[in-house]
Design a binder for this molecule. Structure first.
Ligand SMILES: Cc1cc2nc3c(=O)[nH]c(=O)nc-3n(C[C@H](O)[C@H](O)[C@H](O)COP(=O)(O)OP(=O)(O)OC[C@H]3O[C@@H](n4cnc5c(N)ncnc54)[C@H](O)[C@@H]3O)c2cc1C
Length: 278
């Protein structure tokens, strides 16, 4: 009789990122702000991985299903056609466009195939219904959908099993259409009820000084303040004695001042030695 081999849980990796759960999705910028800056909190319980303040996490977003539908329609396809994934295995056109390929910005291959300057892929397909691509030919022109990095804005010592992000949601108009950033709009609009695949991305040269007494000056305009919120939480949690000076810049302090109350509280506690808003 053979002893049953113990089956180890699959380790999380870039190819198999951890399915985090979105706990908080809160708008930070006020109603008068032109920006949509958001605070996200993700539950990492059970992931068995780690990060340090100063690191980022890669977020593996899926594409906007409405845009996927438009592209399938413009191709004259049903979405059920079999096409290769970037590494060759077959899937349906709909799944490939949702999960595997970048479907907004044209790739050099597409630019060589068609004149697409200033447009997104869907514009060309809608404007030129006669330019028909077979589904397999079409995905062959696309590049792989890449994860986006977000600086960790929280310390595991202050929030064990969580990561916080501060994200500017990308939305703009071009060619008369509202465009949405793939990952920031995934987090803001479509991640409440689906896993958010994440994996750490280490930034060795951006960690806090090892000596807790070393004073630090932090300059964090806009969402660039994210890693410094994590630094401050870490220094607070470890009782580090070094002085902490933060320069924070935003378009309009009144409406764009992310974490204003939190930083004022850090100042009162003496954790933040000096806070300058530019
Ligand atoms: C190490 C690192 C850390 C980062 N940390 C953060 C962070 O903490 N917070 C944060 O918000 N971001 C952060 N970023 C940026 C983040 O990774 C994404 O690039 C960003 O959120 C946009 O991704 P997206 O998928 O939403 O947009 P995409 O789908 O990638 O679209 C962005 C593209 O849209 C186009 N575009 C955007 N605005 C306009 C416009 N007005 N007019 C015309 N075209 C436009 C540009 O081509 C731009 O490249 C970080 C990046 C790195 C490398």
């Amino acid at each position: 009789m053979h002893a049953e081999a113990s089956v180890a849980a699959p380790p999380y990796s870039r190819a198999n990122p951890f399915p985090a759960k979105l706990l908080v999705n809160r708008r930070l910028s006020g109603p008068d702000s032109a920006k949509d800056t958001r605070h996200f909190e993700l539950d990492l319980a059970g992931w068995g991985l780690s990060f340090e303040v100063g690191d980022s996490l890669a977020v593996y977003a899926t594409n906007d299903p409405q845009l996927v539908d438009e592209i399938i329609h413009a191709l004259g396809a049903t979405g059920e056609e079999e096409v290769p994934r970037p590494k060759g295995a077959l899937t349906t056109l709909r799944q490939a466009l949702l999960r595997d390929y970048s479907i907004t910005q044209p790739t050099p291959k597409i630019l060589r195939a068609i004149d697409l300057w200033g447009m997104e892929i869907v514009d060309f397909l809608s404007d030129h219904p006669s330019a028909r691509f077979a589904p397999e030919e079409f995905v062959g022109l696309l590049s792989k959908l890449q994860p986006r990095l977000y600086s960790v804005a929280s310390s595991l010592r202050a929030y064990p099993d969580q990561v916080h992000f501060i994200v500017d949601v990308v939305r703009y108009e071009s060619n008369g259409r509202l465009r949405k950033g793939v990952c920031s709009s995934f987090l803001a609009e479509r991640a409440d009820d689906v896993p958010v695949p994440v994996f750490p991305s280490i930034a060795k040269h951006f960690h806090l000084p090892e000596d807790p007494d070393v004073p630090i000056i932090m300059v964090g305009p806009g969402t660039g303040v994210a890693p410094f919120r994590a630094y401050l939480q870490e220094r607070g949690a470890t009782g580090a004695k070094g002085k902490n000076w933060l320069f924070f810049g935003s378009q309009h302090q009144r409406c764009d001042f992310a974490y204003g109350e939190e930083f004022e509280a850090f100042k009162k506690e003496g954790l933040l030695t000096r806070l300058d808003c530019a």
